[in-house]
Design a protein around this ligand. Sequence first.
Ligand code: G3P
Ligand code: CA
Length: 242
Amino acid sequence: MTQIVAHRGYSAAFSENTMTAFFEAEKAGADGIELDVQLTKDGEVVVIHDEKVDRTTSGSGFVKDFPYKELRKLNANKKGIKKEPIPALAEVLEWLKGNELICNIELKNGMFRYEGMEEKVIELIRRYELSDRIILSSFNHYSIVYCYRLAPEIETAPLYVEGIYMPWVYAQSIRAKGIHPKLAAAPDEIIQSALKNNIAVRPFTVNQEDEMRRLYQVNCTALITDDPVKALRIRKQAAKRP
Ligand code: G3P
Ligand code: CA
């Protein structure tokens, strides 16, 4: 069955990459969550999509210029009423210990390299003994290979936007167990060939009902969506069809 992974948590209805968005994704019945990580000035791994805090919080400036203590004072719950801090990755992993969700951690190390980020993320995953429920992804494929070298027991998956020729061959060449293509780069033939070659496929970001149906039809490994409630409803309908 195609898994439903809530993109930045249940971000269609709650502030992205907040604990509330993750709790609500689980409550909705998602199979997993996706989140983004950056590093603070003092090297804490924090969960936020942009390099800057401006769009999603009450503050302004680069994440990398904030000490963790200062960053925690910002409100990341712009859609909600109650104030909520930017989560530390450790906080999310601690919560994951109490459920069975899978978690796709996207390393946001394209603009800034964040030296040492891979080691820190892997240390946390190992500390919480979550290696078998985590998928590490990044648009920075050098980082993906580095993660594999540091921790071959943790699944990796390259993110990409434009079509790659035979992406399952590419994935195998970098020892990744999956691929995370932008939806437009994931036609049926690519998904089917990747699956035949034992490469998992998790396209992003899948919010339209017809695209969800198509992915369920080809038995895609997972879809990454802002709206897990919609994805669950369509999955139930698809399962009833002969
Ligand atoms: O993991 C897929 C997706 O999250 C990648 O794009 O910009 O939403 O992080 P973005
Ligand atoms: Ca992401």
